[in-house]
Design a protein around this ligand. Structure first.
Ligand SMILES: CC(C)(COP(=O)(O)OP(=O)(O)OC[C@H]1O[C@@H](n2cnc3c(N)ncnc32)[C@H](O)[C@@H]1OP(=O)(O)O)[C@@H](O)C(=O)NCCC(=O)NCCS
Length: 285
């Protein structure tokens, strides 16, 4: 499910990002990347990985120490390193980082040709249960700016006061939003003023999984299970328009309170059990 092949060259073009590799005998054995956000005060670490045969041998520590030293020298305004990671971090990480928020992840798997049909089945199920399926609206750039900087919306929908777009946690500040708006995200909300539900549909990327697979992450912000269902289905329909072959693994990232309802709602869809939790962690430097 590795997104890196799809993102690596884009990352190299981003002026607010630095990417590091470690080599042993000329061969790349590790990578890390930092994205400068929050008006230059935070570096979000993304993509950390070490070649499987090099793990547990101290390269991660060397890499992280090097990146931290680089930030202190080249970007002294950076005071915080933030990252997201999946469930079960090593205890040494929990000792060093504070936990800001954690969300639940539901991992679903589809064949490309069956997505629309599955969505229709789920819409019918909602309607049979007396819930009306009213598609949300898609927000333009100005709507995103207005909605995401509205303090009521921030208090109501963002528990850590942070937007987490495709595993990138940032405060909803203008420069951060300008950056997120370059990422081809489909922003949906139940209204364009003070929504009760916001969702970010990230563009599907091809992943190196046997059998031509795509990965698409849907970030869901809201606590009303009916709204969460509607946004999930609408985002999935939108993603399905880009995928014409192979399979789709979809990660739905939601508040833990709505997970049991969504888990039951998606009970007939195949699971791809890899991710169950998204943790947002940070530490001062
Ligand atoms: C996560 C990964 C880089 C850890 O490599 P490793 O060499 O096995 O590292 P270890 O588990 O021995 O931990 C070494 C140190 O790195 C820290 N660490 C491990 N994962 C980390 C992470 N995601 N972010 C920051 N620090 C991390 C540990 O706390 C430990 O700190 P310590 O030296 O102070 O004790 C490696 O398992 C990997 O490449 N996994 C696949 C990709 C992945 O899951 N990346 C996570 C972020 S996208």
């Amino acid at each position: 499910m590795d997104y890196l092949p799809a993102k690596y060259h884009i990352w190299l073009q981003e002026t607010n990002r630095r990417t590091f590799v470690a080599r042993r005998k000329g061969q790349v054995v590790a990578l890390d990347s930092v994205c400068l956000v929050d008006e230059g005060s935070t570096a979000v670490s993304e993509g950390l990985r070490v070649a499987p045969w090099e793990r547990g041998r101290g390269i991660t520590r060397l890499m992280l120490d090097h990146v931290e030293d680089f930030l202190k020298t080249e970007f002294p305004a950076v005071k915080v390193i933030r990252l997201t990671r999946m469930q079960d971090p090593p205890s040494s990480m929990l000792y060093k980082y504070r936990l800001l928020h954690s969300k639940a992840v539901l991992s679903l798997m589809f064949k490309a040709e069956e997505v629309k049909e599955k969505v229709q089945v789920l819409i019918s199920r909602m309607e049979k249960e007396g819930q009306c399926f009213q598609p949300p609206m898609t927000l333009g750039a100005q709507d995103v700016m207005r909605v995401c900087t509205n303090q009521t919306v921030i208090e109501k929908l963002l528990p850590a006061k942070m937007l987490i777009q495709n595993w990138l946690p940032v405060y909803p500040l203008k420069l951060n939003l300008d950056y997120l708006l370059t990422k081809g995200v489909t922003w949906m909300a139940d209204n364009s003023e003070e929504p009760n539900m916001l969702s970010l549909g990230n563009p599907a990327v091809r992943v190196p999984l046997k059998g031509s697979f795509h990965r698409a992450d849907i970030d869901l912000f809201g606590f009303d299970p009916r709204n969460v269902k509607i946004h999930f289905l609408s985002q999935l329909l939108s993603i399905s328009k880009e995928i014409h072959d192979g399979g789709l693994v979809c990660f739905l990232i939601m508040e833990k309170a709505v997970f049991p309802t969504m888990d039951a709602f998606c009970k007939d869809i195949n699971r791809f059990v890899l991710l169950t939790e998204q943790l947002v962690l940070e530490k001062d430097i």
